[in-house]
Design a protein around this ligand. Structure first.
Ligand code: G6P
Length: 610
């Protein structure tokens, strides 16, 4: 997500900040900016796009300063452009703030500030911060107190760094729900969201905890709680080396993104469940909720992994919202003269928001008068902008070509949409509440599955030389079988097919022998007994079996070669859990084959051509 770096010391901080921002590039971003204070004069430089573009701009200005902050932004509120990029400033342009996280009550704060005479340039939630802090400076507080008082009015998450022309000997930083560290150097100090940004300069760091603020000078730093109690901070030595960090310590982006899923899913859920009402709140759909709820039919159109999440969405929507739902490959949809009426809703799902086929299908659906809604990850992307309304999945940047965390976040958003519609129709409060409760528990359950990483790696070792794989599942887990097979194909180049388990007898069973590994997605649900019969059929033909099973299932171990146990949840949410072992299995097989996991041959992250 967004990245933060700040410097105070004796050196020219411009190259330090730019190099730090480049180190943060692995997190993905869409714009970047710096604010500097040199001899009491502030300047700010921002740019849409890569840090190298910001660097060109900075180089042409020949800037130098001993105090500065820098930011890489991944848009959440407001499209990626220069105005929405950080640092944001107050009206006098003498106070600068960079912010990671989401200010949930920004609309209320913005309204209050407007009434006090403040005006806003950007569409971001973050811009309330410089004005709010400024309002306390105007009341005579010093910078540190002004930041502390401002933050006590903020709801949401933040990692921030603030500099002010009036107090040019310090950086004030604070953390709540968004990581922040202080880097301790010789006559220089740093602040950063991630050690990678400062590791070239120091290995000594202090970790801020939620609810802590810090005043950083060039030769010391003072940490306090938001309630103004000073706390002593321990300084730790980091063992990480520079070459380990581009991927946040992971050997590949794909593994990093798989491991991030408890957080990415939490971000997709944040502020969107109304527990007492047993429903969901999706700001982006508010203007169209009634039309959506009354749709005669829902069509979901997408490509690749996003198409698979659409298939799960179909099961969810038909079971709970009771609206007939169809899922279409965007590439087919656009060319086959589909029947669409103004009573239809068409959802377009896309991680990148730029997939050419999906975008073209969206234009077609619009021409035909349907309600066109987007489910995207990249804020301000073409599909997000082209939709009439929509929901961002907020999974954070996904860099590995094989999609992982975007899939689970898409499923979360589809579940929230289903809950929203179903509660408007006939789902009872009690049933709505139990779905809401289960959604809340998903991140913790993903966390548990990720602990099986080394067990899954061991299984990968046994199967890395297989030439073919079959993935079988039923109901909600049929699309997971497709997704598991796709992950393996994409990065290990092993031929893999996903099938509804019961269809096996109509063809794929002819392929089964001792060389054919079969992955069953077989949690204990209403089709469990039938899946067990399929397992027996494979066993009888000497196929080797890996089963993704329920934690409570002790019987299945006797039937199959390897089991990977996942916690239980309600059926509609099960795919969010069962897919995780399949992502890890594909990952480890590809690594063991020595393949380029993050950039598999012939594939692109975003397919912007037909
Ligand atoms: C490419 C990627 C896939 C992705 C598909 C759809 O093929 O390699 O991982 O699922 O495009 O992309 P989208 O950005 O529209 O979700």
């Amino acid at each position: 997500m967004c990245g933060i770096i700040g410097y105070i010391g004796e050196k020219n901080c411009v190259p330090i900040l730019l190099n730090g921002l480049k180190r943060l590039e692995y997190r993905g971003y869409d714009s970047a900016g710096l604010a500097l204070i040199n001899n009491g004069t502030a300047s700010v430089i921002k740019n849409k796009g890569k840090v190298s573009l910001l660097q060109e701009k900075v180089d042409s200005l020949n800037l130098s300063a001993k105090l500065g902050i820098g930011h890489t932004r991944w848009a959440t509120h407001g499209v990626p452009n220069e105005i929405n990029a950080h640092p944001h400033h107050n009206h006098k342009k003498n106070l600068f703030v960079i912010h990671n996280g989401i200010i949930e009550n920004y609309q209320t704060l913005r309204e209050g500030l407007r009434q006090m005479g403040y005006s806003f340039l950007s569409e971001t939630d973050s811009e309330v911060l410089p004005h709010l802090i400024d309002s306390f400076l105007q009341k005579g507080f010093d910078l540190f107190k002004a930041v502390r008082l401002a933050l006590s009015e903020v709801e949401g998450t933040y990692g921030i760094a603030v500099i002010y022309e009036g107090e040019p000997n310090k950086i004030v930083a604070a953390r709540k729900g968004s990581p922040l560290i202080v880097g301790v150097g010789e006559n220089e100090n740093f602040v950063a969201s991630d050690v990678s940004a400062i590791l070239a300069h120091t290995k000594q760091v202090a970790y801020l905890e939620d609810g802590e603020l810090v005043e950083i000078y060039k030769d010391k730093f003072i940490t306090k709680t938001i309630s103004d109690t000073e706390i002593a901070k321990e300084v730790h030595e980091i063992s990480m080396t520079l070459d380990q960090i581009d991927k946040g310590g992971y050997p590949h982006f794909m593994l990093k993104e798989i491991m991030e899923q408890p957080d990415s899913v939490t971000n997709s859920l944040r502020g969107r469940i109304l527990f007492k009402k047993g429903t969901a709140k999706l700001g982006g759909l508010e203007s169209v909720t009634e039309q959506l709820t009354n749709s005669k039919r829902i069509i979901i159109s997408a490509c690749g992994t996003s198409w698979h999440s659409g298939l799960v969405g179909e099961y969810m929507l038909e079971q709970f919202a009771r609206i007939p739902t169809e899922v279409e490959y965007a590439s087919e949809f656009r060319y086959r003269n589909p029947i669409i009426t103004p009573e239809d809703t068409v959802f377009f799902i896309s991680q990148s928001g730029e997939t050419a086929d999906t975008l073209a299908a969206l234009r077609e659906a619009k021409i035909r008068g349907a309600l066109v809604l987007g489910i995207c990850n990249v804020v301000g992307s073409s599909i997000a902008r082209g939709s009439m309304a929509g929901v961002y999945i907020h999974a954070g940047p996904e860099i590995g070509v094989a999609s992982t965390k975007a899939f689970t976040s898409q499923l979360i958003v589809l579940a929230l949409i289903t809950l929203l519609i179903a509660r408007k129709k006939h789902l009872s409060l009690i049933d709505g509440k139990s779905i809401a409760e289960e959604l809340k528990n998903i991140p913790q359950k993903i966390e548990e599955i990720l602990k099986l990483n080394s067990h899954i790696e061991m299984i990968a070792e046994q199967f890395k030389d297989a030439k073919n794989f079959l993935y079988l599942g039923r109901g909600y887990n049929f699309p997971v079988a497709l997704e598991g097979a796709l992950k393996l194909k994409e990065i290990s180049y092993i031929h893999a097919e996903g099938y509804p388990a019961a269809e096996m007898k109509h063809g794929p069973i002819a392929l089964i022998d001792e060389n054919m590994p079969v992955v069953f997605i077989a949690p204990k649900d209403s089709t469990y007994e039938k899946i067990v019969s399929n397992i027996e059929e494979i066993k009888a033909r000497k196929g080797r079996i890996i089963a993704i099973a329920s934690q409570s299932d002790n019987e299945i171990d006797k039937l199959v070669d390897y089991t990977i146990k996942v916690p239980d949840t309600i059926r509609m949410l099960m795919p969010i859990l069962t897919v995780i072992p399949l992502q890890l299995l594909a990952y480890h097989i590809a690594v063991k084959k020595g393949l380029n996991v993050d950039q598999p041959r012939n594939l692109a992250k975003s397919v912007t051509v037909e």
